[in-house]
Design a protein around this ligand. Structure first.
Ligand code: SAH
Length: 250
């Protein structure tokens, strides 16, 4: 198995693949202005196994295009959508987020939770803009500093793992520079990390290691996850996912 296949295998049976919350997804959807449009057309980019896709399908009758590059995640989402009677509403699409098979001005809303970092926040916002209708919205979560200063250990960790990390106001500056206005932002609380995500993956470490006969690469993956969890527990007042609701202006 390649590193990526192993990562997908680790995450594929989980409800979500990153910090988040069904309630927060629905709350953010509800504050989008002008929601009662007909034929509301949504893209959910980096959808994983579809935690937020299924929430969105409860919020709108519109068509949802759920994009991921992992076939296995999309198969799980198809199964889950079938179980809740949303198979016609949710169309899964295997594609890379930086090479999307969409038309220009196709969407009223682009949703993306815990995924844009894979291509970079600024690059993602600039590239995805063409697929939005004029005045369309993006709701996107992105790792953000929530204080002005922070201890060196956590600063070094994130700067070497994701140099594009920035404060909420730096993220808003990128949003404005990229041709959007900021409608609202919200910082994910610790429950979205600890209760909804980390506690679930922690409980699967042993079975995952057993399944892979304690292979070196499985052990490396688990110890990296453990390191991230312990850093989060230690430094959670300094960073989180910022959830940004933004509107295309240019
Ligand atoms: N939105 C989901 C998954 C977040 S994890 C949730 O919050 O639970 C990030 C997701 O992005 C994974 O499903 C991963 O397969 C996907 N991904 C990573 N790089 C990608 C790329 N270049 N193109 C499309 N999807 C990608």
């Amino acid at each position: 198995m390649t590193e990526l296949e192993l990562l997908v295998d680790f995450h594929k049976d989980h409800y979500r693949q990153g910090p988040g919350s069904d309630d927060i997804t629905k709350t953010i959807f509800k504050i989008i202005p002008d929601l009662n449009k007909r034929n509301f057309n949504v893209a959910d980019i980096g959808c994983g196994t579809g935690a937020q896709t299924l929430c969105l399908s409860e919020c709108t009758k519109g068509q949802i295009h759920a994009v991921d590059f992992s076939t296995q995640f999309l198969e799980t989402l198809d199964t889950r959508a079938g179980k809740v009677g949303a198979a016609n509403q949710i169309k899964t699409i295997e594609a890379s987020m930086d090479d999307l098979p969409f038309e220009k001005n196709q969407f009223d809303l682009i949703w993306s939770e815990g995924a844009i970092y894979n291509m970079g926040f600024e690059k993602g916002l600039q590239y995805w803009k063409q697929f939005l209708k004029p005045n369309g919205y993006i709701a996107v979560s992105e790792i953000s500093w929530i204080t002005k200063d922070r201890p060196t250990e956590i600063d070094d960790f994130w700067k070497s793992n994701y140099p594009e990390i920035g404060t909420v106001s730096e993220k808003i500056a990128v949003i404005e520079k990229s041709g959007y206005s900021s409608i609202a932002h919200y910082v994910l609380p610790p429950d979205s990390w600890l209760k909804n995500y980390y506690s679930k993956i922690e409980s699967s470490f042993d079975s995952f290691l057993q399944k892979h006969s304690n292979s070196e690469s499985a052990q490396t993956l688990v110890s990296m996850e453990k390191e991230q969890i312990s850093l989060y527990k230690k430094y959670k007042e300094f960073y989180s996912y910022g959830f940004y609701l933004i509107k295309k202006t240019a």
